[in-house]
Design a protein around this ligand. Structure first.
Ligand code: C5P
Length: 258
């Protein structure tokens, strides 16, 4: 079976107003999405790298992608949710893929994926009939916050934060009430799901078609269909850039791995 990558990058920037969509925010001299695409395109076991962009994407054409080689396939068929963008991307790839080919779905907002982690995923799942995902065993003690005062609504993620904003020292908004602990959640056996999530094309397409359009990752769709995806141990560096302060951390990691 062959391997294909699919990068959903059709976040339409609604939360950003007229600001730069997250996947195009400048990071280490490139648009954020370039970094993950670069790792995927350099992996010779991956035949083609599809990027799902929104139909009205005015940013993609503004950059030169030629350094990424000839396996890159931009498709302008993004949907209203991440899951819908993935479904549309799979449809756009359909002519190329056999049922047991692999699809690696990777977030544009995880720019610090490394070739080593990608190799680890490919190797761990090579003989698996279903697939799995990069994931990180939870290291911290976990607290559930009381719902009323504890909502994180006041914490601005990148979606609510202008690109040009001054660097923030922490993610606690000024004047916000720190929520109270409702309970401690045992972390035994808990993992944080990352991407790439790598599944057989036929299973992934069928599972996503049956899953609610709001599922936030591919593995949940496979789980709902009765499968048990494998958790492949990852590293903290493959985190999802979410808060403004995360950009500086991603820059540090990328600078250290050059
Ligand atoms: O917003 P969030 O970080 O969860 O988005 C995860 C990924 O899904 C991003 O790469 C984003 O561009 C993509 N996405 C998409 N289509 C949507 C919404 C998000 O491809 N409708």
């Amino acid at each position: 079976p062959r391997h294909f990558a699919l990068v959903p990058a059709a976040g339409n920037g609604v939360r950003l107003g007229s600001q730069t969509p997250k996947q195009y925010l400048p990071l280490a001299g490139r648009p954020m999405i370039w970094h993950a695409l670069s790792v995927l395109c350099r992996q010779t076991r991956i035949a083609q790298v599809y990027v799902v962009l929104s139909a009205g994407d005015a940013w993609w054409a503004g950059y030169d992608w030629s350094s990424l080689g000839d396996t890159l396939r931009p498709v302008f068929c993004g949907g209203a949710t991440r899951a819908e963008s993935v479904v549309n991307g799979l449809a756009a790839m359909a002519g190329e893929l056999a049922e047991d080919d692999w699809v690696l779905v990777h977030d544009a907002a995880r720019p610090c994926l490394s070739p080593i982690l990608l190799d680890a995923l490919l190797n761990a799942l090579a003989d698996d009939p279903v697939g799995g995902l990069l994931a990180l065993p939870v290291a911290d003690t976990l607290k559930r916050a009381h719902a009323e005062a504890g909502s994180l609504a006041g914490v601005a993620d990148l979606g609510g934060q202008p690109n040009q904003a001054a660097p923030r020292r922490c993610n606690m908004p000024h004047g916000a009430q720190a929520p109270r602990v409702a309970a401690t959640v045992t972390r035994d056996g808990l993992w944080q799901a990352q991407t790439p999530q790598m599944f057989r094309y036929g299973l992934l397409r069928t599972a996503l078609a049956a899953a609610p359009r709001g599922v936030t990752d591919e593995a949940s769709a496979l789980e709902m269909a009765g499968y048990q995806p494998r958790l492949v141990p990852s590293e903290l560096r493959n985190f999802k850039v979410t808060y403004p302060a995360d950009l500086a951390l991603a820059e540090l990691i990328l600078a250290g791995s050059r």
